[in-house]
Design a protein. Structure first.
Length: 273
C-alpha cells in the first residue's frame, strides 16, 4: 500500500470517527394498554405530579379515550373515560394542580377540572384560537421555564404557559444532524421552519435533561435524536427496537424519563428506556 493511499484511508477513517454519534439502544420497559375504542393515533402522555399516575390519550376526537395508569402499567380509570375536548398536547401544571392541553386547529387551549381521585370530569377553554404552528401540533411543557414548546420544521417555538402567547425570543433552533464534533458550516443559511420529511412533524419532546432538552423522532433511521437547548446541536441518538413502530405524526411522547411510542396494532403506548 502506498503512503498516499494509506493517508487517504487514515483521514477517511478519522473523519468517520469524528462525525460518528454514539447510539444507545432503547428497550421496552413499560406498556399502557389503552381501552378498546375508536382512533388510530396516540396523542401524548403526561404525569400527575400529585399522585404520580400517568394520563395517556388517543388523538382525533373529543370522544376518544383518555386512560390513567399507575407505575406498574395497570389502568386505574374507568374504561369509558374520554378526552372531553379534541386535544393534542397535555401537561400538568403544578401551581394550578391540574392538566392543561392544546386542542386541534383553532380549538385553543383548555383547562381540565379533576376530582379528588384525579379523574378529569370537565374541561373549559382558557385561550381561544390556534396558539400553535399547525392544527396537529402537540405541546410540550417546560415546568422550569413555564413555557409550552411546539415543533415547526427544525425549530422549537415557545409559548407562555400563563398567557398562551408566543415568546419568540425563547424559540430554539435545532441544528438537525449536526453535533459538537461535526458542527454546521459557519454562516449556514437554512429555512428553520421548513418541514423535515424524515422526522415526525407534529411532535418534538421536551426532556429537561441538560444539553439534551429536546428530542426529534427520525422515522427513517428509527432513532430519537436529542438536542441541546443552548446550542441546538445533537448530543445523542437513541435506537428504537425494531418491533416498535414509528409514525410521521403524533404517536410520540416523553414522560417521567420514558420515551413513548404508540403501537396501534396492540393499542398500546410502549415506554422505552
Amino acid at each position: 500500500m502506498s503512503l498516499h493511499t494509506y493517508l487517504l484511508i487514515f483521514f477517511a477513517f478519522t473523519l468517520l470517527q469524528i462525525n460518528a454519534q454514539p447510539v444507545r439502544q432503547l428497550r421496552p420497559i413499560l406498556e399502557f394498554k389503552m381501552p378498546r375504542g375508536e382512533g388510530d393515533n396516540g396523542g401524548t402522555i403526561a404525569i400527575n405530579l400529585k399522585n404520580r399516575n400517568y394520563y395517556a390519550t388517543i388523538a382525533g376526537k373529543k370522544t376518544y379515550s383518555m386512560a390513567i395508569f399507575n407505575g406498574a402499567g395497570e389502568m386505574i380509570s374507568p374504561a369509558d373515560l374520554v378526552l372531553l375536548y379534541d386535544i393534542r398536547g397535555l401537561w400538568y401544571h403544578p401551581v394550578q394542580k391540574t392538566f392543561f392541553a392544546n386542542g386541534f386547529g383553532t380549538i385553543g387551549w383548555v383547562k381540565y377540572t379533576i376530582d379528588d381521585a384525579g379523574i378529569p370530569y370537565d374541561a373549559n377553554p382558557v385561550f381561544e384560537g390556534q396558539r400553535q404552528p399547525f392544527p396537529q401540533s402537540v405541546g410540550q411543557f417546560s415546568q422550569k421555564e413555564n413555557l409550552v414548546y411546539f415543533l415547526k420544521g427544525s425549530s422549537a417555538l415557545a409559548f407562555d404557559a400563563v398567557t398562551g402567547n408566543p415568546v419568540p425570543e425563547k424559540n430554539k433552533l435545532l441544528r438537525i444532524g449536526y453535533n459538537r464534533k461535526n458542527p454546521p458550516p459557519p454562516n449556514q443559511n437554512i429555512d428553520s421552519f421548513s418541514v423535515r420529511a424524515d422526522y415526525n412533524t407534529t411532535t418534538l419532546i421536551y426532556t429537561g435533561i441538560p444539553q439534551s432538552e429536546f428530542g426529534m423522532l427520525n422515522i427513517k433511521t428509527k432513532e430519537i435524536e436529542l438536542y441541546g437547548a443552548a446550542d441546538g446541536l445533537m448530543s445523542s441518538r437513541l435506537k428504537i427496537p425494531e418491533e416498535v413502530p414509528v409514525k410521521d405524526k403524533l404517536n410520540f411522547a416523553f414522560c417521567n424519563n420514558f420515551y413513548w411510542l404508540y403501537d396501534n396494532n396492540k393499542r398500546s403506548w410502549i415506554g422505552l428506556r
